[in-house]
Design a protein around this ligand. Structure first.
Ligand code: SAH
Ligand code: CA
Length: 226
């Protein structure tokens, strides 16, 4: 037994997957196609997708935001977890999101997904300008890491009271713990982790699943800076 988080070995990981993963066959197919790309490491892990779907379901979400689409896994997970609802999906890459659209159609979920091809900051600013603050049930941040803080701040504005915002890759392959690592992405994630920990505007938890996932929910109104 352990009072710290169990160190993951391949054997335990395989047991974990074999005894917990219930992946839709279309998601499995999407993962197989994505695995052929040299960029495939960017895709979320299936057990993480299942956790996101669980959160979306218990929230009874009908309005979610997916920042960083890639080949569409997290958007599809969100759409499938909402019997009725809409995902606004942000990305700048046409080639990868073409694959995404193919699988959203295969899974009969494309009518729930509104893909916005533009820098995500622009899309978020437009949503704020359109008066959509405090309206999103669930937000997933998983695009370029150098803008994480900007996504976090805009996400907090867009998130409804009681909603959940999830930030991916917060452990960044362990590099955040290596203080000699001053890479731009590592630093951006490390700075955001520090900020979220101290942010009295939110209740937070960090889950060491996949590459690390932080969950936040807003504390009482009004929303004031940390
Ligand atoms: N959530 C995805 C993985 C996202 S990978 C999944 O479930 O598989 C990160 C994505 O962010 C890439 O597709 C990349 O094109 C996108 N991205 C990078 N910079 C961006 C920006 N400024 N605005 C929007 N998307 C961006
Ligand atoms: Ca990610």
């Amino acid at each position: 037994m352990t009072q710290t988080t169990l160190a993951m070995t391949q054997t335990i990981y395989q047991y974990y997957i074999a005894n917990s993963l219930r992946e839709d066959p279309i998601l499995t197919q999407l993962r197989k196609e994505t695995a052929k790309l040299s960029s495939s490491k960017m895709q979320i892990a299936p057990e993480e997708g299942q956790l996101l779907a669980f959160i979306i379901q218990i929230l009874g979400a009908t309005k979610t935001l997916d920042i960083g689409v890639y080949t569409g896994y997290s958007s599809l997970v969100a759409a499938m977890a909402m019997p009725q609802g809409k995902v606004i999906s942000c990305d700048i890459n046409n080639e990868w999101t073409k694959i995404a659209k193919k699988y959203w159609q295969l899974a009969n979920q494309e009518h729930k997904i509104d893909l916005r091809i533009a820098p995500a900051l622009e899309t978020l600013d437009n949503l704020i300008k359109a008066g959509q603050e405090n309206s999103f049930d669930f937000i997933f941040i998983d695009a370029d890491k150098k803008n994480y803080d900007e996504y976090y701040e805009r996400g907090l504005q867009l998130l409804r009271q009681g909603g959940v915002m999830a930030v991916d890759n917060v452990l960044w392959g362990g590099q955040v713990a290596d203080l000699a690592d001053n890479d731009e992405n590592t630093t951006a994630i490390r700075n955001l982790n520090k900020k979220v920990l101290q942010d009295s505007r939110v209740t937070m938890t960090m889950i060491p699943i996949a590459d690390g996932l932080t969950l936040v929910t807003k504390n009482g109104l009004p929303l004031s800076p940390a």
